[in-house]
Design a protein around this ligand. Sequence first.
Ligand code: HEM
Length: 409
Amino acid sequence: MPTPSRDLNPVSPENLANRVPLYNELRQTDPVHWSDAMQAWVITRYDDMMAGCRDPRLTGDRSKFYERQVQALGPAAIEGFMRFARLQMTTLDGPEHVRVRRPAQTAFTAQALEIWRPAIRRITEELLAPLLPSGRMDLVADFSHLLPPIVIAEILGVPPADHQRFREWSVALGEFSSPAPGKDMREVAERANVATAELGNFLLTASEQRRRCPGKDALSHMILAGDEGKITPEEMLANATTVLVAGHLTTTDQISNSIYDLLTHPEQLRLLRENPRLMTSAVEEMLRFSPAVTTVFRVASETFQLRGRTIREGDLVCFFAGAANRDPEHFPDPDRFDITRDFSQQRIMTFSFGPHQCLGASLARMELEIAIELLIQHMPGLRLDPEQPPRRKSGNLLFHGFERMPLQW
Ligand code: HEM
């Protein structure tokens, strides 16, 4: 193994702040890397990620690792959260996973989502309209943090009056799944427990209403599956929660990352303004270049060899999607941001691959297309605020995004 030329700790503040040099180093020198700091394997090559994500020797059941996160507090501290977590599609494998995922999946195919396109445009326009006269905003607080939970609430059929509460529950649950360093874990766990209970009650009431008066929303799809005996009522609630949490902070971060990449590559922004038909490949390039979710987790359910390294039963395995997306074997000149890149023969790893690949990928793409189109259309001179530089989220291995991004137009 060649000697690495830099510190290989993926969770050091320097490497978290500037990930690409680490990705390149690991991919070249140690593509199946044991990280003492993470107590996990780190996999960085595209082909290894693609194969690993559909390898039955790797399970999605991460409950042991959630438990480890709050070990000092005792299992009772996260009882409510864990009861739900064990029923969620993210932690299940094989036929059980397929059974639980299917009812939600039917509502999130690219075709099924087309009925929501006008609503997503309307929500986006409504969020942007009051911001336009001032000529400035914080993209994160004023827009990208608001759009995704409202869109999911709409698709699940949640009335506008409840959107704010919905967003708060989502933040509390997201924080527990990937806590920022330095947070008081007791408080984070308590908030996750309370959010699980409140959201559970809310969804229960909503599903009783839906049963009386079914709609075209995703919750109605899931309730129907429940009534047909395909999933239990608890599984329905747990997985409606998964959809909410999985689709909120991810898309928030992706909108911010994408706008940042466009604004810091003005020639690409100009190209997109001149050729709106490039939007599909532009969004794919933004997802490739700065993915909001940089890491996909699995646990080894048996001992096996990978590139001469022994991965033992119970080991945590982390696939770095951000590194796979910049593998030069698959993406020529990978560090170049190019909205005309051809993706017809090559899929990105941002949404993972295999049975657990992101259920909301089509929705995320649709939201990004609409948000970027309307932002650049309504804000012709859109630029970063030169007085107040954007601030990245710090210290989070899973999510990659911005805390604030002041903009002007
Ligand atoms: C740009 C935004 C998004 C990114 C980058 C993203 C990324 C991911 C990734 C990497 C996974 C893990 C897959 C694995 O473990 O192999 C995942 C799973 C998932 N995502 Fe997304 N996601 C996004 C938006 C959404 C949206 C809008 C929804 C809402 C429907 C959603 C729902 C889900 C669900 C339910 C899962 C679990 C799938 C399963 O375990 O079977 N995601 N996503």
